[in-house]
Design a protein around this ligand. Structure first.
Ligand SMILES: [Zn+2]
Length: 215
């Protein structure tokens, strides 16, 4: 980071001491750590706001037009029980939401385009690069998932075996599903990683870190 960027970050931290006392500074410090560890300090700091995200079900969002990350206040608000995910999701959980949004920030700042937000080359390359750096253990590889036809065998009422083909979004063996790709890194954390077990965090349809829109 340039000294100008560092100066901006210090101003943002001081402002967060007033606007988001108790967690605002922590968020910028996490941002700074992630920026150093995973992007060699190359990302340009911007505002990290706590409030409601643009799309109701998202825990975070990144808006490239103003280089701003928004994190849902349910992540820190003790009284909230958003989506039945427990009252306090914990710092590790919030840090992972921040990291996810920082990947969007990094791709934008590097001029990489991802029309479908997550199911694209740039996003997949980035998470493949981050997995070993983050110490996540998985043998799965991220590649954009394309619809394909697979053969399904079934036994008819007459007892005869028949083969049909159907269209599926299922990944090929050894590759990640679209959901796993979109919910990185939460989707690859072990059950015991977060302060609260995944069951308490809710598992309706997998954890939706953000919706499939980034503006
Ligand atoms: Zn996202």
């Amino acid at each position: 980071m340039t000294s100008e960027s560092k100066g901006k970050l210090e101003i943002l931290k001081a402002a967060a001491d007033i606007s988001d006392w108790g967690y605002g500074r922590w968020t910028y410090e996490q941002w700074e750590i992630f920026n150093e560890h995973y992007w060699d300090g190359s990302l340009e700091p911007g505002g990290i706001f706590w409030g409601l995200t643009a799309h109701g079900q998202s825990l975070g969002s990144y808006e490239s037009w103003r280089n701003a990350i928004t994190l849902h206040k349910a992540l820190v608000e003790p009284a909230s029980n958003a989506w039945g995910r427990g009252k306090l999701l914990g710092k590790k959980f919030a840090a992972d939401v921040l990291l996810h949004e920082m990947i969007h920030q990094a791709l934008f700042q590097q001029g990489k385009v991802c029309p479908e937000s997550h199911n694209c080359e740039a996003w997949c390359d980035e998470i493949n690069r981050l997995i070993p750096l983050m110490g996540i253990e998985t043998s799965l590889i991220a590649r954009p998932v394309k619809q394909r036809r697979i053969k399904v065998e079934s036994v008819g009422v007459d007892g005869k075996l028949s083969t049909k083909s159907k269209v599926t979004w299922e990944p090929r063996p050894g590759f990640m599903s679209r959901l796993t790709i979109a919910n990185f890194p939460h989707s690859l954390r072990s059950h015991s990683y977060y302060e609260k077990p995944a069951v308490q965090l809710g598992k309706k349809s997998g954890l939706l870190v953000d919706s499939d829109h980034c503006s």
